[in-house]
Design a protein around this ligand. Sequence first.
Ligand SMILES: CC(C)(COP(=O)(O)OP(=O)(O)OC[C@H]1O[C@@H](n2cnc3c(N)ncnc32)[C@H](O)[C@@H]1OP(=O)(O)O)[C@@H](O)C(=O)NCCC(=O)NCCS
Length: 161
Amino acid sequence: MQPKHPRDSETIMSELMMPQHANIMGNVFGGVILSLVDRVAAVAAICHASKPCVIVSVDKVDFKEPIHVGELLTAYSRVNFAGRTSMEVGVKIIAENVLTGEKRHTNSCYVTYVALDDTGVPTEVPPVVPETPDEKRRYNRAAKRRASRVMDRRYDTGAGE
Ligand SMILES: CC(C)(COP(=O)(O)OP(=O)(O)OC[C@H]1O[C@@H](n2cnc3c(N)ncnc32)[C@H](O)[C@@H]1OP(=O)(O)O)[C@@H](O)C(=O)NCCC(=O)NCCS
């Protein structure tokens, strides 16, 4: 299968936070951020695999600072690493005050997707070929996280006991 570069799957989505996105404090709901993460990461995975993809796991997501109604959220994603049928997608969220241009990096996370064939069975995806030093660093770290997820799942299912 023809390998692909991380840049081939790079996806950017922007969304202006409106009153319907607010919680009772007037800040943006965490679920709105998670929805954006899933949408931007799904597109990156589908672009890499050229197949329908489903989300199987989201690594820890920290909400370090509130996001406010009126801010422009921009989500950046790309496939960092591919296994046989699964891919790790890295997502970065930037909140921008559109009046001042001030930008804050509010969230980052890693999401795993699996490509499915026409019958809904996991199917092979192209390998990732990192080129730049940043891509290679992300690839190597993603490979370690994947190994750790595999171990975690073995323990979760009792297979590692
Ligand atoms: C995706 C799905 C078909 C995979 O089924 P499965 O029985 O786990 O398949 P496999 O064991 O063959 O694993 C397929 C790949 O997923 C990876 N994987 C499975 N569960 C995972 C998890 N929790 N975290 C990270 N990777 C996971 C495996 O490591 C494997 O990767 P590889 O082929 O690159 O080595 C199944 O889990 C599913 O249908 N999940 C629901 C997906 C969905 O509906 N998402 C929307 C939100 S509800």
